[in-house]
Design a binder for this molecule. Structure first.
Ligand SMILES: Cc1cc2nc3c(=O)[nH]c(=O)nc-3n(C[C@H](O)[C@H](O)[C@H](O)COP(=O)(O)OP(=O)(O)OC[C@H]3O[C@@H](n4cnc5c(N)ncnc54)[C@H](O)[C@@H]3O)c2cc1C
Length: 329
């Protein structure tokens, strides 16, 4: 792999379309939409790269439909039965070959466990940079990618550029560019893989990494205002009755009362429910970074100065236990 520079790159935005559950991971489709928007009116071409298990004829109908309608102009398809599970060295070898052939100016990757593993594996041989967990992407007048991400624990937003090395690699968290419409009729271009794969790799065990979880329309989020671990059961029942998903701030994860997979925020998940109800959450910048997409927020807090009450659509200054009691819990 020979690193290349700005002047040697093609005007191309390449997106990793990560395979997941027989189709494409939802984040891939979000990224395809972001690539399309970045390219619009700027003379960039757009393409995707999809790595799938099985042989050429076995692409699932779901995957085929998603790839065709992802809105990119072309999708390069690499298929081999060894791709059934995620083996970083194999996937990185494929992506390096694809990047070498296409010389994209920009490469967008979902910040899934697999994407977070692959991006630096590509950046090292390509001698380029990676900006992880971007929350915003735009192009400056010179077509340089402005990669915005929270820094210093979310206290400020850093704008990061990769001036000379190419591709400019950015990982983006799930849920940031949601809402992109499926459109277009991408050309799917199968690529022969046998010649360049490391031959010694064997699959011994298949472990799922990405969850690709369904998004909840209603979320009930608990925070540091919860007094005792035993009370969580009460709010689980309340959440079930509301038809919502129970999640939390980092306070409860740090106390070991709820798992990290349910944490909302900068170091947790980004959510975009139709309604988010928070109970005993202060609204720190780190928490709020994960709820920017929420359509309506109802916040319950005893402290009138709590930051979340200033941004909530329905701020309720009261004791969360009184709210539970009012609903019969
Ligand atoms: C690098 C970094 C990353 C971080 N990432 C995240 C992240 O992803 N997610 C996250 O949440 N935090 C994150 N944090 C931590 C964050 O700074 C806060 O400490 C955390 O969000 C506080 O959670 P909380 O508001 O639930 O708890 P607290 O700060 O303890 O606030 C509890 C709130 O409940 C209210 N309250 C108390 N009792 C009641 C009651 N009976 N009824 C109603 N209200 C009551 C209080 O007035 C208070 O506002 C991160 C911090 C750093 C430095």
């Amino acid at each position: 792999m020979i690193p290349y520079t700005k002047s040697e790159a093609e005007k191309l935005i390449l997106t990793l379309l990560q395979s997941y559950g027989g189709g494409a991971h939802p984040i891939s489709l979000e990224l395809a939409g972001a690539a399309r928007r970045l390219a619009a009116g700027r003379g960039f071409k757009t393409a995707g790269v999809f790595i799938a298990g099985g042989r050429g004829s076995e692409l699932s109908s779901v995957a085929e439909a998603q790839l065709k309608s992802c809105g990119l102009e072309e999708v390069y398809l690499y298929q081999d039965k060894r791709f059934c599970s995620f083996i970083p060295e194999l996937h990185a070898a494929v992506l390096l070959r694809c990047i070498e052939d296409l010389r994209p100016s920009i490469f967008l990757v979902g910040a899934t466990p697999e994407g977070r593993c692959l991006a630096p594996l590509l950046a090292v041989p390509l001698e380029t940079g990676v900006t992880a967990d971007c929350t915003e992407l735009s192009l400056d007048d010179g077509d340089i990618l402005i990669q915005t991400r929270p820094a210093f624990g979310g206290e400020l937003m850093a704008r990061i550029i990769t001036p000379e090395s190419r591709p400019q690699i950015a990982t983006v968290r799930y849920g940031i560019f949601r809402g992109g419409e499926m459109a277009g009729n991408a050309r799917i271009l199968p690529v022969e893989t046998g010649a360049f794969l490391p031959p010694q790799t064997q699959v011994e065990e298949i472990t799922a990494l990405s969850t690709g979880e369904k998004e909840a329309d209603y979320v009930l989020a608990l925070g540091g205002g919860i007094r005792a671990r035993e009370d969580i059961g009460l709010f689980k029942r309340m959440s079930e009755a509301m038809g919502s998903m129970l999640m939390c701030s980092r306070s409860l994860v740090e106390r070991g009362w709820l798992p990290q997979s349910l944490q909302i925020g900068l170091s947790g998940r980004c959510i975009a429910p139709r309604l988010l109800v928070t109970l005993g959450i202060s609204g720190s910048v780190q928490f709020m970074a994960g709820v920017q997409g929420a359509k309506k927020i109802c916040a319950v807090n005893t402290d009138p100065g709590a930051p979340i009450l200033r941004v909530a659509d329905m701020p309720l200054i009261c004791d969360l236990y009184q709210v539970a009691e009012a609903y019969g819990y």
